[in-house]
Write a protein of this length. Structure first.
Length: 305
């Protein structure tokens, strides 16, 4: 992950001593997440596909956009989906990419792309407009606003939520002519998502004998290894990735996968609850009811004759 100021020897020693006593510096259990919040900020009622996730002090913004392009020659019946991850000095002290791509951006983008593609979460065939001629290109831009550890889990949660929230433009095909409707002309159409994959990251300390979920920045800087599990709410393992030199035996790997399922179901509930809350706020029936009531009041106030 991004290179911030390295912790001192005293900090590292104290952290490891506390973990050996099953104590984390923020007093969380070893397998617990920090508080998670998910919101859908928007500048207008017609804006969809923007999600902001906070895991503790880590904050990520995901923005989904689309455009009509020609499909790839070898994928005539598929649309296009791309992910871009941007890190900037805004995310924390000591982070300066100097305008060059950070290796962490590549790792994050690769893991997120694999999670979506291997789970076949996004149905790219549904993005096809005219085979071999026109399709939708869906782009996900991830902006890391604050970094206090566990960027991958936050980015994956923001990405899934934004995809589930996004509405692509509706369209009509007449012969070779394609008309794309604006949000003011027609309501957008939800993307076809078969499932929601989530990432759960586990950090290892003390030669692999201590496992910690949702490491903060200090814990990430002191850890000896990491295992990332991408999984759906039904327990389907999408990918398992390991980083760092510490060895993790087969039993330890199985325990991580088993524990990840409960975390994935928790994240799935966070997304469902946030989507339901956003729909209630955007309830057009409620808006129309208020407008009709106001119009009726104006009619009643008009003088007769």
């Amino acid at each position: 992950m991004p290179h911030a100021t390295a912790p001192s020897t005293n900090e590292s020693t104290f952290l490891l001593a506390a973990l050996r006593e099953n104590v984390r510096l923020d007093l969380r259990p070893l397998d617990a997440y920090r508080p998670i919040s998910l919101t859908f900020p928007s500048s207008s009622p017609d804006t969809y596909g923007q999600s902001e996730v906070r895991i503790g002090k880590t904050r990520v913004l995901c923005v989904i956009s689309s455009e009509v392009i020609a499909p790839y020659p070898d994928r005539k019946f598929d649309g296009v989906f791309t992910i871009s991850c941007e890190m900037s000095p805004l995310m924390g002290a000591g982070v300066d990419t100097g305008g060059r791509p950070d290796p962490s951006e590549t790792i994050l983008t690769t893991l997120l792309d694999k999670s979506i593609r291997r789970s076949r979460s996004l149905d790219t065939e549904s993005l096809c407009i005219v085979a071999g001629q026109k399709c939708f290109s869906i782009r996900a831009d991830l902006h890391i606003l604050d970094h206090d550890g566990n960027l991958l889990d936050a980015c994956c949660l923001a990405l899934v939520a934004a995809l589930a929230h996004y509405r692509r433009p509706d369209y009509e095909v007449h012969g070779e002519d394609v008309k794309i409707f604006s949000p003011q002309e027609r309501d957008g159409v939800k993307l076809t998502l078969r499932d929601w994959p989530f990432c759960v990251s586990c950090s290892y300390f003390d030669a692999g004998s201590i496992a910690v979920t949702d490491a903060n920045l200090l814990e990430e800087q002191c850890r000896e290894g990491e295992v990332v599990v991408a999984m759906t709410r039904y327990g389907e393992v999408v990918q398992v990735a390991k980083y760092g030199g510490v060895a993790v035996d087969a039993l330890g790997m199985l325990q991580v996968v088993e524990q990840s399922l409960a975390k994935v179901k928790m994240m799935n509930g966070v997304v469902k609850e946030a989507l339901a809350s956003d729909e209630r706020e955007r309830d057009k029936g409620g808006v129309m009811k208020a407008e009709l009531s106001a119009e009726n009041e104006r009619i009643m106030e008009r003088p007769v004759g």
